[in-house]
Design a protein around this ligand. Sequence first.
Ligand code: GLC
Ligand code: GLC
Length: 826
Amino acid sequence: MRYGHFDDDHREYVITRPDTPLPWINYLGSDEYFGIISNTAGGYSFVRDARLRRLTRYRYNNAPLDLGGRYLYLRDDDTGDYWSPSWQPTQGDLEEYECRHGLGYTTIASQRAGIRAETCYFVPIGETLEVWRVRLTNERPGPARVSLFGTVEFCLWDAQDDATNFQRNYSVGEVEVEDGVIYHTTEYRERRNHFAYFACSDASAGFDTSRDAFLGPYRGWDRPIAVERGAVSGSIAHGWQPMGAHQVRLELGPGETRDIIFVLGYAENPADAKFDPPGSGRVDKRRVRPVIASHLEPTVVESALVALREAWAERLGAFQVESGNVHLDRMVNTWNAYQCMVTFNLSRSASSFESGIGRGMGFRDSNQDLLGFVHMVPGRARERILDIAATQLPTGGAYHQYQPLTKRGNDAVGSGFNDDPAWLVLAVTAYARETGDLAILDEPVPYDNAPGSERPLEDHLRRAIDYTLERLGPHGLPLIGRADWNDCLNLNCFSDTPGESFQTTQNRDGGVAESVFIAGLFVLAANEMAELVDHRGDASEGARLREAAADMVASVDAHGWDGDWFRRAYDYFGEPIGSAGNDEGQIFIEPQGMCVMAGIGLADGRAVRALAAVRDRLATPHGIVLVQPAFSGYQLRLGEITSYPPGYKENAGIFCHTNPWLMIAEVLADNPLGALDYYLRINPSVREAISEVHRCEPYVYAQMIAGRDAPTHGEAKNSWLTGTAAWNYVAATQWLVGIRPELDGLRIDPRVATGGAKLRVTRRFRGATYRIVVHGSTEPGAGPARVTRLVVNGTPVEGNVAPLPSGPDVEIEVHAYPGSPAAIPA
Ligand code: GLC
Ligand code: GLC
């Protein structure tokens, strides 16, 4: 069952009923000012840091789930009837409803009692404000007298404190109202030099700033007293809950349309020029007034919206494909790329599942996210790499997380996740292949942000590699530390205290727990790094790295192979995990994907066997589960993974992040059809048809889909902020469509085709636009595709790497047969 449909031409998802299974959200903003917005206008806004600079309130885990938002009310001033044009919070019947989530904007349109409202919410590029453009049309045969109310509930900046520290907060809230603009000024009198504002293009009918006055005692957002009676009261908040409400009274002739604009924004003043006049205690508004005034102008708003659309079209233009498969095309061309940019902006901070006060930037997560956006914003990827590397510890290890506002490592979460450093290597090698900017390796970067500790980035990568080599266990495999990619495989933790964090609890010393996954990851990273240093002419370091990788492969061969698949780990006591000899947890997905991606077992048939075991034991119609059999109960020696009910999260959920590793592995093992099959199983657009089962947004990936052991098999959770976005994007673009940036050119290795039709790709690379046409064969599949002829700007080229560009345009004709790539269903 569907709750809407894709509008591919406009790059929008159109939701056609408000009662989606869960709030289906979108993101506003892409620079400093951000918001989340649901299909019923729920959500909140913040600047830079969702915890420390929260502008508006939102109540997680409420009933209904999505409460707090950019709420509007319409009131028929002749009858007293009122409703929310976004359905929430009044939930009044709407004759029409449509929400269009687009790239960086959301439009919610509805009609009731002959009054049509269409509200477009967005953040203009480069501004720290959001615009709500409300377009009202009177569809009645006669005139209409209506009131429109626009409301926000201010958060007192620190979202955590705001939700807990009531004994203070109920006394500190302050506002100013000047020229009809509401200013939220809590704590501005003391150490803050920033404030928020809420303005309206037609504020003549008045305002409220006290929530109590606007809603009325014992009333919720579903029936504010001010709306019911048709008049705000000009209240000024002193403590309690400051809010902003503007009322607009309109008379609309039949067929008449009017635009009303609301602007919610954030501004800072220099610390020594806060007040006007100085010492008055009143906010100096001289800088912000012109910003507010201009964004209340319809022409300014319209051109900002156009600029936003153009910016997204430009960004996504870095990779566009026509494969003939609508699900692959719309995910790669629009939604998956967009989700990658959202993970770049938000990391894991703010979504329907991340409260904005929980997790900072993950070291591992941020490095992987980069794989999905580096081609769209290479300059910002460079900055991100240097930020991440500056949090690296002198040991080569890493803080597991860092804070976006300070860019410092997070002591509270600590370090010792022994996979973390290797991901930095993979991020840098991906960046180097994309941009050719090897000079980044010479960039001086401090350790742990300590002034004076700067060393070239290359030194950081060397220490990252050595970090693993200096921490090998008795089988020659990397010690796991707190955990590896699987944060919940805590082999040294032994926690028996309720509620204790598995990620930060003191580990037990003296164990020898090792990770086969990190071994595979290390081989991949060391070989990629070797390629880079070879390129720089450092043959001895290249040789050292290759040798270290070869030694690691030997350890995996000797101790990481279980007979039919790769083992997962060795526990604290040196016993195998992920082995046929275990009762539960016999086979894990992660080492099958990672070891094959690192090339282990490809030459001797073990990769094919491991992949067959995955297909037999882990694959379900909804995707590949993480482990089988699921753990039925808590096991002290394994940690958090066994804390989850079977089928959820790391305990045999379909942890979507790992699925693309298997797609890539299948391609490497010459089974592109199998890869494509896995790709389509978790593709959100394919799953749109079963939205009542999947429940999360059908236009973005979720971290997890409940596995076959779960009573709710197929139900997704934790949409948007997940490494799933980057890895699926990499699998689809680089391995299925097969366009891979390399140091010396662009590899053209298409593994999907439309059975006779052409595959077309536009790829921006090293300052040029490559236009690639792959000519398919009509013959039925007889084996994997191989490029047989590559013509670059009219000249045939040996092999399948198109050389670096010599001009702005590169035209490529490819014949990819004999043999057949996976023919993909349309
Ligand atoms: C979450 C974490 C990620 C981790 C994964 C598996 O997605 O953000 O870092 O690898 O869980 O535990
Ligand atoms: C929880 C989540 C896991 C995440 C970890 C670290 O354990 O289940 O996915 O990686 O927290 O934040």
